[in-house]
Design a protein around this ligand. Sequence first.
Ligand SMILES: CCCCCCCCCCCCCCCCCC(=O)SCCNC(=O)CCNC(=O)[C@H](O)C(C)(C)COP(=O)(O)OP(=O)(O)OC[C@H]1O[C@@H](n2cnc3c(N)ncnc32)[C@H](O)[C@@H]1OP(=O)(O)O
Ligand SMILES: NC(=O)C1=CN([C@@H]2O[C@H](COP(=O)(O)OP(=O)(O)OC[C@H]3O[C@@H](n4cnc5c(N)ncnc54)[C@H](OP(=O)(O)O)[C@@H]3O)[C@@H](O)[C@H]2O)C=CC1
Length: 505
Amino acid sequence: MTSVADYYAGKNVLITGATGFMGKVLVEKLLRCCPQVRALFLLVRPKAGQSMQQRVDDMIKCKLFDRVREDDAHFHRKIVPISSELTEPGLAISPEDADKLAACVNIVFHCAATIRFDEPLKHAVQLNVIGTQQLLGLARRMRHLEAFIHISTAYANCNRKHIDEVIYPPPVEPRKLIESLEWMDDRIVQDITPRLIGNRPNTYTYTKALAEYVVQQEQDKLNIGIIRPSIVGASWQEPFPGWIDNFNGPSGVFIAAGKGILRTMRANNDAVADLIPVDVVINLTLAAGWYTAVHKLVPRCPPGPLQKHHVMSSFKRNPLEQAFRRPNANITSNYLIYQYWILVSHKFPALLYDLVLRLTGQKPQMMRIFNRLHKAISLLEYFSSQDWEWNSENVNMLMAQLSPEDRKVTFNFDVRQLNWPEYIENYCIGTKKYVLNEDMSDIPAARQHLRKLRNIRYTFNTVLVVFIWRVFIARSQMARNIWYFVVSLCFKFLSYFRASSTLTN
Ligand SMILES: CCCCCCCCCCCCCCCCCC(=O)SCCNC(=O)CCNC(=O)[C@H](O)C(C)(C)COP(=O)(O)OP(=O)(O)OC[C@H]1O[C@@H](n2cnc3c(N)ncnc32)[C@H](O)[C@@H]1OP(=O)(O)O
Ligand SMILES: NC(=O)C1=CN([C@@H]2O[C@H](COP(=O)(O)OP(=O)(O)OC[C@H]3O[C@@H](n4cnc5c(N)ncnc54)[C@H](OP(=O)(O)O)[C@@H]3O)[C@@H](O)[C@H]2O)C=CC1
């Protein structure tokens, strides 16, 4: 049995989406744990005034690559950036680069995609479907290709309740959709998008389902592997715990909750989301690359439950700086209760805060932040308030194929060993350190700030009670009667419990 690292020795690997969250972790892991890999060809586009070379240079300077740097200061020599825009004809790769890739690439990892839930259909199809088709076209030219690994999502078939590790028939024949979109005006496409995506929640899951089908069409010509991760979160162990670099999915929710902005969300109360650490997904992906070179595979990453109380307690121990309120979120599956909390815990404090800003001559901003937050959580709601049953037989089979060293250490993707409270703690600290760039030495000041917020809340509540008392109780006989009735009822209950506890003692 060869080890996974042995398989990658001397191999030329092509990666799309290498500048993204998962792509970066994939590049790092390959360089660190498969040191004999020959070259990594990264398809990167110039962006925001930076050339592709500058972008790659910036990427490898980031903290994520510290461990690789320690092992080999010249690791960058193995990285070969190739200029490419996946939405352009021929992927906008120069003919010389295309010929070079066709001559030497052994494994392709296709990570690039638009993962926005509000992406216009035309653009999502252009990148997620046509981009994938074009990459497959290039792969067919690769004379030494051993495996093509496509990163899909566990939610590509989220319109089903039970999802097996198979490719389901597509919602529409991709070729027909692409032909229609070519002549359709953007406004018409926007109008018909809800009809087209049907019972899927967004263009992302719809186009990822089409991409899976497009990949499957090549299965007679290429060795295809498809990976379906659920919601990918911060790293568990590698290269260090808690690494995360974006606001997507749960990370944005965590940060908004840690800052005390998000106080309610609609979700299943027990297991609110299927979370999987990014290093686990990447270990599985690399193992699947090795295995697919010989067999075909559709594994899905086994997720774990995300529980809200770990998030809250973690942010109370390691608070974020300048929180708006103390972290405390109310997760509910009930629509009316949710609307109540939105009003009381989001809109009312935002209005109050904006009023204070106006009175002190500053620009109001809180209501605008909450409107954006509400848009974001409404898009995530579909995923946080439902359950799916997933089959993971291929994942278990793949695990059994690994050598004991790979299975337990180097390419471990067994999440049963994961300690969830510890993982969530590291995740929350990771959002603080790596997404918000906050200093851990500021934690005492952040705690002090939370204490100040708690005192403000107590003062506010006391003033509110006194105000209500003055306005209603002191002025109306009926309110007074109700008040005395409630107080005497509470008193009776208290006396009863005191008496019964004395009896039992
Ligand atoms: C509370 C307890 C715990 C309970 C836990 C419950 C958790 C449930 C979580 C459920 C998650 C479900 C995920 C489903 C996953 C499907 C998995 C996948 O396959 S695929 C993967 C899943 N795919 C996704 O997750 C994608 C989902 N995201 C989207 O689709 C869009 O971001 C959007 C539509 C939500 C907002 O669009 P838009 O309003 O246009 O905003 P932009 O995005 O353009 O960002 C503008 C700027 O704001 C910045 N920023 C962002 N957030 C925050 C924040 N929270 N704060 C501060 N800042 C934030 C951002 O960096 C940017 O800065 P800059 O670059 O301009 O400087
Ligand atoms: N994150 C998650 O929770 C999950 C992700 N997935 C899948 O994993 C894969 C990676 O996701 P993730 O890393 O989170 O996504 P990111 O958004 O972080 O990265 C997307 C990558 O795709 C590249 N890209 C986007 N558009 C183009 C384009 N037109 N031409 C060339 N490259 C482009 C981006 O490059 P650039 O830097 O230039 O923008 C970036 O490198 C995706 O296929 C996604 O569907 C699946 C399940 C969950």
